[in-house]
Ligand binder design. Structure first.
Ligand SMILES: *Cc1c(COP(=O)(O)O)cnc(C)c1O
Length: 494
């Protein structure tokens, strides 16, 4: 498998080359040249696999520069029940009522779905850096979820150091405790005297200094990394298999033997005979739902991909009107589902590249303009051929949905998942199971949970006293040079 830029420039690359890179040289994002197709017989075989084995099967369609036995070991070490809340399914389905499910993606170490991909990324980085005898110094800015997921994935990994900037005193006590309590020598928390945008500006300034970036081997783990997206494709398959396990015609099908041809046990059912499901995905940077798009392009029978936004509704506006108009930081609202507070959906360019038939020049022009608009025919394709729908949720919707979900189903959900459930209920179709992706656990967002229910959300076992643990953090001025000096004193010299 080769990878190309959404903007059409540059050379074709292999997986391990783009693994350690960010954007392509022409400013685009990497995509595989094509999506491998999965037929009904393959789906029948994959249905019986463990999560780690399923991950191996899917990843090996896209990765041909890591030997199969190594890739199998990396997925097996990553997707273990002990790492994901003791749940052998890794992403278990929780049925709210017949045909309406939550898929739990938040049982990892930081209680948010980003662990699903980041844990694998940690394993892949350590593996590839070890093979090359190189080191990588990851520089990032976080307002919460991404930074902690990255630190828990990279802690103790050979060849990797993390420098994570966060706005001093502005994260929740729980989020600070989660990150700053890590005592690993390769994790450096830098609390910047400023706001999140200041942290991001420092990361940009350091990364734009190409000489510094190269000589100090600075890298990132942001959501545009293709390996993260690929890891997320796996749980769409896992969710589909769980939601359709009792569908008519499937129960009698015993799994074909390993390596069977599609003709095993008679002709494979045509793909349109297979049961279909829909997914609703709480969205910010379009990374999570973009993995759903990839799964659907591979042939997973997905009826609808529903994009749920909060008050920052650039994506909902696009799916309603066909016009994409990213906003500035000043027009980005701080909401009670903060991990979806984005103005510009960084992964969206991947879907548009597919919609535009991989016309790199057109993608380039769309994403270097302040906004762009689809033709009527393209807008019809987005809803038809690509099966996207969308909706939006507000603070009041979020509170009502959390309260109603608790009363009706006895299940406490977090504010982001509540945005998903609110929109899912508007978009559900008769006879098609709807899976809402649960992107975080309620314990992370105690304040909004208290506002919605009047109660404190339960803490998970082992996290009760986390705020009282000793903290490992350096408070630093809002100053690029100060951060550079700190990095220089702590980089891996290799
Ligand atoms: C990151 C995040 C999201 C948004 O996911 P995208 O991939 O950016 O669309 C939603 N909910 C939670 C809890 C998150 O951490």
């Amino acid at each position: 498998m080769k990878y190309v830029s959404t903007r059409g420039g540059g050379l074709q690359k292999r997986f391990c080359d783009i693994l350690l890179e960010g954007l392509a040289d022409d400013g685009g994002l990497y995509l595989p040249t094509h999506y491998p197709q999965v037929d009904a017989a393959t789906l029948a075989r994959w249905r019986t696999l463990s999560y780690a084995e399923l991950a191996f099967e899917i990843l090996s369609l896209y990765i041909d520069d890591i030997p199969a036995e190594d890739l199998r070991r990396l997925t097996a070490q990553t997707y273990r029940a002990e790492v994901f809340g003791g749940r052998p399914e890794i992403t278990p389905l929780h049925t709210l009522e017949p045909g309406l499910h939550l898929q739990e993606l938040s049982n990892g170490p930081t209680l948010a779905f980003k662990d699903m991909a980041m844990q694998l990324l940690g394993a892949l980085f350590e593996y590839e850096l070890g093979r090359r005898g190189e080191a990588l110094n990851i520089l990032g800015a976080t307002s919460g979820d991404t930074g902690s997921a990255a630190e828990y994935a990279m802690r103790g990994r050979a060849g990797v150091r993390v420098f994570m900037l966060s706005p001093h005193g502005r994260m929740s006590a729980f989020q600070q405790a989660q990150m700053f309590s890590l005592q690993d020598a390769n994790i450096h928390n830098l609390a910047v005297r400023g706001v999140f945008d200041d942290c991001q500006d420092i990361v940009k300034a350091v990364s734009n200094d190409l000489a510094f970036k190269k000589s100090r081997r600075i890298g990132t783990v942001n959501s545009i990394n293709w390996a993260r997206l690929l890891a997320q494709v796996v749980y769409y398959f896992a969710g589909y298999f769980q939601a359709t396990k009792d569908a008519p015609g499937l129960r009698s099908a015993s799994p074909p033997p390993e390596g069977a041809t599609p003709a095993w046990g008679g002709p494979a059912p045509a793909a349109n005979d297979l049961p279909r499901v829909s997914f609703t995905v709480p969205s910010g940077n379009f990374g999570n739902v973009c993995a759903g798009h990839v799964a659907r392009q591979m042939g997973l029978p997905i009826a609808q991909l529903v994009v749920a936004t909060n008050e920052n509704d650039v994506l909902d506006e696009f799916f309603r009107t066909g016009r994409y108009a990213p906003r500035g930081a000043a027009q980005t609202h701080a909401t009670s589902s903060p991990s979806m507070d984005i103005s510009k959906a960084s992964n969206f360019e991947r879907f548009i590249a597919d919609l535009f038939g991989r016309d790199g020049a057109r993608v380039h022009s769309a994403f270097t303009s302040p906004s762009f608009e689809l033709s009527a025919a393209e807008k019809a394709e987005v809803e038809g051929r690509y099966a996207f729908a969308s909706g939006r949720s507000s603070h009041a919707d979020r509170l009502t949905t959390i309260r109603t979900c608790q009363q009706r189903y006895g299940r406490l959900i977090d504010p982001h998942t509540a945005d998903g459930l609110k929109v899912a209920l508007e978009r559900r179709q008769a006879g098609v199971p709807m899976i809402v992706l649960e992107t975080a656990l309620p314990a992370k967002f105690a304040e909004t949970l208290r506002e919605a229910t009047g109660q404190e959300p339960p803490r998970l076992a082992g996290l009760e006293g986390i705020e009282a643990l000793p903290k490992r953090v350096t408070v630093i001025d809002n100053d690029v040079q100060a951060v550079r000096t700190f990095i220089d004193a702590h980089v891996d010299p290799r």
